[in-house]
Write a protein that binds this ligand. Structure first.
Ligand code: BGC
Length: 762
């Protein structure tokens, strides 16, 4: 019997279609027959086993690590495993499934590969700032190549949650606040991971997360409640998940949060009506870590029996770590509470994914030690990480052209992150080896060599707050025991003997990402003390920021001569920062999440509504939608980022001022590089519908172009808009356009734009 099954696995022809493409009828028939045959041999327990995902290994994000995994695999109680990688470790577990379980069904191996596997790229919020879709796709492709060489076939990425609240630490893991850009990136990430052919062993299956609306947690506190109008959901928050699914994502992860009173993991409307019926999703749904168990504290049911029923009824296929399906589904079926057909459907979806990945053909196809050795962290990948990191660095300020620095003289390199290796690879870099990362100190030394005298001093810890040190761990934060004053004095002495100060400040990696919400998103007071002391020396002050979220940077903005937002830039962050500091790369990135002036302004995003009392900026204009104590303006608006050169924009030219549905509106501007350096500009196009059946945002991003211009060069940049770009959810929640008056804006960020008017007629 066992021998016969092995033969049967080996006879399966490669399944050469990705999830994106519909399979040919012949392939579909073959797969269906194979799975039907296999399922006819499966007991109910074995089917339920396929719906169970267990955590084995290195790190976890919750209170439970699955128990008795080997025994469970042997019994056929496990469909997939996560947190185990390396070809050897994977092979060991796969051998248990394939050699010792009755039906020899191979396991999936998943992992949180979020911004690179071993070669770590900038955090997603940083990558998004590059607006470089090809590069972003390439980063996912490289991550897939390394992860699959390391035994993995499934990644819990991309994270496509729209986030408009920088208090939420997980804003670091997504693409920012914009729906259109977020959707483009979501699709590219899926393509990068899965390629055109999931059967290739250098691709992995994507798992889109966190479905849904996880980024809209009330008050930016992780795992918190989400309550949102249907209109806002459809218009702003759901499109990136849909884009990832349309790009062919093989799986999706249910989020922790509730949505309008029903947690995602028990939400039938979400998982079945929307995902399956409206969107036609064909892959499988896994829960987030213990999300099924969390339905109990959510108040969905008093035990696993109650919430397991709700989850399977809602349309969840796979239970991550809770063991609730494992412990309750059989009884639910035997008690007549859950039809066996629900389990059959979920089991089939999971087996289909395994089939498509060729695991039945060769369960060890991702376990090639030789391939791992030649693939992981190869020079091409390191080079790509450096390229990505420099394209993600945003120049926030540059007074009197302090930057780029000249390769000569002396630099005081100070700050808790100036010689950091660990934090710079950022949150969710589980397999990344921080020992291999390049610090800013290393990067500057490598680039400028002996031409520059570097006077290094740490200057401050990341934080002195006892509260935070207790919560995050002193060791984790590489805490220096010297007194704050001693450290500042050393830094000031370094500054006094240098021509310019480069201060590398910000957050520790553990201060953003999961379970890392902050109510105050400023630079920590002890770091600000350091910056103030440095400023007092009168030397030019360049601030380099490493952090995972928009920060409030009023003092820094007022006092720094130049400021770079470097995010957590990954393995090559130090080299990339040096490239930018010395002008080997002219910064081109633009932020994709608004930086507020203070926390009280949050949520603050560019595509807001006008209100009936829009504030026009007049100081005493009292009964308007504004604050008394702060302006409505952000510190840095969406799409903002400077260059070492300057770009000017001509007025907008339109081919017509009135279009009919389907007709193109040609929008063109001449962009000129009027500065001294060659540079890349991200030219952004926004529209506004002036009147509608429902109110419309004051601006919506619809397109952009990245153009490289030599110093002194000009280029005409063309865009086309049609009625399709003007669609939205109208008063009847129909996705359509409405004839009427529009504005088009083109500019260097969402605030600094030129505009022109046009009409859409019937
Ligand atoms: C996170 C997910 C992650 C999962 C598995 C959870 O805590 O929310 O994003 O994929 O853990 O590690």
């Amino acid at each position: 019997m066992i021998r016969r099954l092995i033969c049967c696995f080996l006879l399966i022809a490669p399944f050469t279609n990705s999830f994106a493409q519909s399979v040919s009828p012949a392939q579909q028939k073959k797969m269906d027959a194979f799975i039907t045959n296999l399922m006819s041999k499966m007991t109910l327990d074995e089917k339920i086993g396929q719906l169970n995902l267990e955590a084995v290994g290195f790190d976890v994000t919750g209170p439970i690590v699955s128990k008795n995994v080997n025994e469970n695999i042997q019994k056929g109680n496990v469909g997939g495993v996560f947190n185990t990688y390396t070809p050897d470790a994977v092979r060991k577990l796969q051998e248990i499934a394939v050699n010792h379980s009755r039906l020899k069904i191979p396991l999936f191996f998943g992992y949180d590969v979020i911004h690179g596997h071993k070669t770590i790229f900038p955090i997603p919020l940083g990558l998004a700032s590059s607006w470089d879709l090809d590069m972003i796709q390439k980063s996912a492709q490289i991550a897939a190549s390394e992860a699959s060489a390391d035994g993995l076939n499934w990644v819990f990425s991309p994270m496509v949650d729209i986030a408009r609240d920088p208090r939420w630490g997980r804003i670091a893991e997504g693409n920012g606040e914009d729906t259109w850009l977020g959707s483009q990136i979501a699709a590219r990430m899926v393509k990068g991971y899965q390629g055109n052919n999931l059967y290739d062993t250098d691709h992995v299956m994507a798992c889109v997360k966190h479905f849904a609306l996880y980024g809209a947690a009330e008050s930016g506190r992780d795992y918190n409640t989400v309550d949102m109008s249907e209109r806002r959901m459809y218009q702003d928050y759901l499109p990136p998940y849909k884009a990832a699914i349309d790009a062919g994502a093989g799986s999706i992860m249910s989020s922790f949060n509730e949505i309008n009173g029903v947690p995602a993991t028990a939400n039938k409307w979400l998982m079945t009506d929307l995902l399956r019926k409206q969107w036609g999703f064909k892959g499988f749904v896994a829960t987030d870590y213990t999300a099924m168990m969390e339905l109990i504290p959510h108040g969905m049911g008093k035990d696993g029996y109650a919430v397991g029923k709700k989850a399977i009824d809602a349309g969840i296929d796979m239970d991550m770590v809770s063991d609730i399906f494992l412990d309750n589904l059989k009884k639910l079926v035997n008690d007549g509470k859950v039809p066996v057909s629900e389990i059959d459907i979920a089991c089939r979806r999971i087996l289909e994914a395994k089939y498509k990945m060729g695991l039945f053909t060769d369960p060890y196809r991702y376990c090639n030690v030789q391939r791992a050795a030649t693939t992981i962290m190869k020079q091409d990948y390191i080079d790509a990480a450096r390229d990505a990191a420099k394209k993600s660095i945003v120049l926030l300020k540059n007074n009197n052209s302090v930057l780029p620095l000249k390769q000569g003289g002396s630099i005081a390199l100070v700050g808790p992150l100036a010689d950091d290796h660990r934090d710079m690879i950022g949150p969710w870099s589980g397999a990344g080896d921080w020992h291999k990362s390049v610090s800013v100190l290393d990067g500057i030394k490598q680039l400028a060599g002996s031409n520059v005298q570097i006077n290094y001093a740490k200057g401050a810890n990341i934080t002195d707050s006892e509260w935070l040190l207790k919560r995050l761990g002193k060791d984790e934060l590489s805490f220096d025991k010297r007194s704050p004053q001693e450290m500042i004095d050393e830094a000031v002495a370094a500054a006094k003997k240098s021509d310019v100060i480069v201060a590398v400040v910000g957050e520790a990696a553990t201060m953003s990402g999961e379970a890392a919400s902050r109510s105050d998103i400023g630079i920590f007071p002890n770091q600000e003390d350091l910056l103030k002391a440095l400023k007092a020396t009168g030397k030019p002050l360049v601030i380099v920021l490493m952090n995972g979220r928009p920060l409030t940077l009023n003092w820094e903005n007022d006092n720094a001569d130049a400021m770079l937002e470097a995010w957590f830039g990954g393995t090559e962050a130090g080299s990339a920062i040096a490239d930018v500091l010395f002008g080997a790369y002219n910064p081109s990135a633009k932020i994709t999440a608004t930086f507020p002036q203070n926390v009280g302004q949050i949520p603050l995003y560019y595509s807001h509504k006008n209100t009936g009392r829009p504030y026009a900026g007049d100081f005493v204009d009292r009964y308007k939608s504004r604050y008394l104590d702060v302006s409505n303006d952000p510190l840095y608006p969406f799409g903002f980022g400077l260059s070492y050169t300057t770009f000017t924009y001509s007025p907008i030219k339109l081919n017509t001022t009135s279009i009919k549905p389907g007709q193109p509106l040609q929008v063109s501007v001449t962009v000129s590089n009027t500065g001294k350096y060659d540079g890349t500009e991200i030219v952004q196009l926004y529209t506004r519908q002036m009147y509608g059946s429902v109110t419309r945002p004051v601006e919506e991003l619809k397109n952009f172009k990245k153009v490289f211009l030599k110093a002194g060069e000009s280029q005409v940049v063309n865009f086309t808009i049609t009625s399709d770009d003007l669609k939205f959810y109208n008063i009847d929640m129909k996705y359509t356009y409405e004839p009427g008056d529009f504005k088009v804006f083109v500019g260097t960020n969402s605030r600094d734009v030129n505009s022109a008017d046009f009409k859409l007629t019937n």
